[in-house]
Design a binder for this molecule. Structure first.
Ligand SMILES: Nc1ncnc2c1ncn2[C@@H]1O[C@H](COP(=O)(O)OP(=O)(O)OP(=O)(O)O)[C@@H](O)[C@H]1O
Length: 729
């Protein structure tokens, strides 16, 4: 019969019961702690430490109430420690209350002590080998179930409770005997021990609950003597001596408390008896400290109170007990399988314990060491993953995973939102950007000038795993051929005239771990293309002036507004390099192919610009917006950005009207003004060209390269015309 059961709903896998169970009689299954009857000694530790109240003790309450209700002969047997539990109620008053409650007779187990003392006296005299007392049921179970080699040393004598019960049953065989005490193990004794005369066991807590509201009956002074000290540590030896039995102090010892008990039994198992012949073992610090003692007195006060009561010298038993009060104890131990060293290592490895240093022995699982726990796993008592450091590591890993995922989502939103546009074409581009970010291959971005190639490259970098490493950009068209190599690969000190002291890391080195953005790759000279290809193939390069190869880990994103495939056909771009760069291809459509994005872009640039300058945004009239939507935008988004900024300054009120837009958008430059003077064709063209260049320069903030792109003319032509028309640039 199971004494302690678990309410699985309430069990929260804290392993406090495992930790406090002296015999590891707890099995964890699906994170619920279940008490194993075959190992349990009913010490009550698991009940005491369960903060969730998940451990339930077998209750006889209903049976007792039923018996009393039916008017049966129900006799209460009070454990010798009861005065301390019921204090300040006097012992006599407790008798009265129990009677008033319905017990037909009340006895005290000190009478049982009187019965067993001669049995002990006799047995100790006749036995050569050492003897272990058997009055404490937790000790009996502990030895029967866990120290089988010591069973023969248990005194084959009934406990005082059983002895008194037998004594009473001899007088009143039909009586229903209820033991009332501080101990859960007594329930085990009543239910599971071989020969039992006790019918029910109530703890002090339980009986007090039942007696609530019961008015005291007639008080009764039970005879008292030295047996009253039986529940305090050493009580049995003391009582034997008081009774006149020769117990040599040097050869007898009383041991209390679970740690000391386990230590004693371990040493006895190893035949280390220290010459002691009588071991009086109590699992608790005496019965005055039993798990269900429920006393308002301190431990010392309890001891003193019982010693005071033990001063009486009355005989308790009215007549000499007849019959034998011997008991038999048997081996109930079940050997659990033991794992091999290799199996232990395998189990440990599951929770990432590969070396002795990995075994933290933190005890969070309830076992004293990782090895003990591994053995319990093998024996089916513990679950393999009930290891706090392991689980924490795992959850941290998971948390990291989710944090990364969450961060990625946020980043994605942040960076992809940086690319304004809702047309199908730009959504397609965003999807490609996301995919490219997931891969680590080189990317080639193509598109007209100002379509957003660089912003796409940056987005790929910041969405990729390289995000926390550098994004380094280099414009291959803007750097003279002679400098490009040193810019890319760096140089050593003294590599050439003018080389900096200490040398210099090139863009490739600076981008280590991150992304190198090669803008205008189509403009890269063929000689450099060869060197770049070699680097891409070997992932190795040398600084100019050095023979030492250096390794870097970078991803290359190249961009161009030139038709690279055509350049390859024309032999102006290396095919092998083209294929190396074109692992992932993204084509960004010109703005004129996604006009519907223009209002969104206008809105964004207006807000960004105003925010930067701390100014209030202006409204773009529908006429002006119409013009913006219908223009061909050769300079794409960059041109639109500049147009908005310029219009903002030109508009004096808060409305941006068509007249605030550049002439080339409204075609006014060619058609709007009346011709007042006839000029030559050449002069008129020059006039228009000059105006266009001035507007273009303003629109691009006087960036000649951008202006040339905006006007769709080579840079050299722009320089020539600026000079020719004397334009201030
Ligand atoms: N979809 C977009 N949403 C918001 N801003 C954009 C978008 N595309 C481009 N831009 C902005 O337009 C400007 C030009 O973009 P970017 O420099 O990326 O173009 P590009 O194609 O690399 O130009 P180039 O070929 O001249 O180097 C930048 O200020 C960029 O922030």
């Amino acid at each position: 019969m199971q004494i302690v059961t678990t309410d699985k709903e309430k069990c929260k896998a804290c392993y406090a019961c495992v930790r406090n169970c002296p015999v590891k009689a707890i099995k964890i299954e699906e994170q619920k702690a279940e008490v194993l009857e075959e190992r349990c000694i009913a010490c009550g530790n698991c009940v005491r430490v369960c903060s969730q109240g998940a451990k339930k003790i077998y209750s006889f309450k209903e049976i007792v109430l039923e018996k009393i209700k039916n008017g049966g002969k129900v006799i209460a047997l009070l454990a010798p420690s009861y005065p301390v539990s019921f204090y300040p109620l006097k012992p006599g008053e407790v008798h009265g209350k129990l009677k008033a409650f319905g017990f037909t007779r009340v006895e005290e187990v000190t009478a049982g002590v009187e019965i067993i003392l001669p049995e002990y006296g006799k047995y100790l005299k006749e036995t050569q080998d050492y003897v272990i007392s058997s009055a404490c049921p937790a000790i009996v179970s502990l030895i029967e179930k866990h120290y089988p080699t010591l069973v023969n040393h248990l005194a084959p004598i009934k406990s005082p409770m059983e002895a008194l019960a037998k004594y009473i049953k001899m007088e009143e065989p039909d009586a229903f005997l209820v033991f009332i005490g501080p101990c859960i193990a007594k329930k085990n004794e009543a239910l599971n021990f071989r020969e039992n005369y006790i019918d029910a066991v109530l703890t002090f807590k339980e009986i007090k609950e039942l007696l609530k509201g019961v008015n005291g009956g007639d008080t009764y002074e039970y005879p008292r003597n030295f047996t009253q000290s039986f529940p305090i540590p050493g009580g049995l030896i003391l009582s034997l001596k008081q009774r006149g039995y020769e117990i040599e102090s040097r050869r007898s010892i009383s041991v209390e408390g679970k740690e000391q008990i386990i230590e004693t039994l371990e040493s006895l198992t190893n035949n280390r008896t220290s010459g002691v012949l009588f071991y009086d073992l109590l699992f608790c610090r005496g019965c005055i400290d039993g798990p269900e003692i429920d006393s308002e007195l301190t431990y010392i006060e309890r001891r003193q109170y019982l010693l005071e009561l033990s001063k009486g010298n009355k005989t308790i038993l009215s007549k000499k007990p007849a019959g034998t009060f011997r008991a038999r104890y048997t081996v109930k131990a079940r050997k659990l399988p033991l794992p091999t060293e290799e199996e232990i290592r395998e189990i440990l490895a599951y929770t990432d314990k590969f070396t002795p240093e990995d075994e933290l022995n933190c005890g969070a699982c309830g076992y004293n060491s990782c090895r003990e726990k591994a053995i319990a796993v093998y024996q089916g008592l513990a679950e393999i993953d009930m290891c706090l450091p392991f689980l924490l590591k795992k959850t941290r890993g998971e948390a990291e995973f989710y944090r990364n995922k969450y961060e990625m989502e946020n980043r994605k939103k942040y960076y992809l939102d940086g690319i304004t546009g809702q047309t199908e074409k730009i959504i397609e581009v965003k999807k490609l950007i996301e995919k490219a970010a997931m891969s680590d291959g080189n990317v080639l971005i193509q598109g007209e000038s100002g379509v957003g190639k660089e912003i796409a490259a940056r987005t790929i970098h910041y969405l990729s795993e390289r995000a926390d490493k550098p994004f380094v950009a280099i414009n291959c068209a803007a750097i003279p051929e002679s400098l490009l190599e040193s810019e890319l690969f760096g140089y050593e000190e003294g590599a050439f005239t003018g080389a900096k002291r200490g040398g210099k890391a090139g863009k490739i080195e600076q981008a280590d771990g991150g992304t190198l953005f090669l803008d205008e790759i189509g403009d890269m000279p063929l000689s450099m293309q060869v060197k770049l290809l070699r680097f891409i193939q070997n992932r190795e390069f040398e600084r100019i002036g050095s023979n030492t190869p250096r390794k870097v880990d970078i991803r290359i994103i190249a961009a161009t507004n030139q038709p690279l495939a055509k350049l390859v056909k024309e032999g102006r771009f290396r095919m092998d390099l083209y294929y190396r760069l074109n692992v992932f291809n993204i084509n960004i459509p010109p703005l004129r192919e996604r006009r519907d994005d223009i209002p969104l872009l206008v809105n964004r640039f207006m807000n960004e610009f105003c925010e930067r300058r701390k100014m209030a945004p202006k409204i773009v009239t529908s006429e002006a917006m119409n013009i913006l939507m219908n223009y061909s935008w050769p300079g794409n988004i960059r041109e639109l950005q500049n147009v908005i900024e310029r219009a903002y300054y030109l508009a004096e009120g808060n409305l941006i009207k068509p007249e605030h837009l550049p002439a080339q958008l409204t075609s006014k430059a060619l058609s709007g003004e009346r011709i007042t003077k006839i000029t030559t064709f050449k002069e008129a063209v020059a006039e228009v060209e000059k105006k266009l260049i001035i507007e273009g320069l303003k629109a691009t903030n006087y960036n000649k390269l951008a202006c040339a792109k905006l006007l769709g003319i080579p840079r050299a032509t722009l320089y020539q015309k600026i000079k020719e028309y004397g334009i201030e640039a």
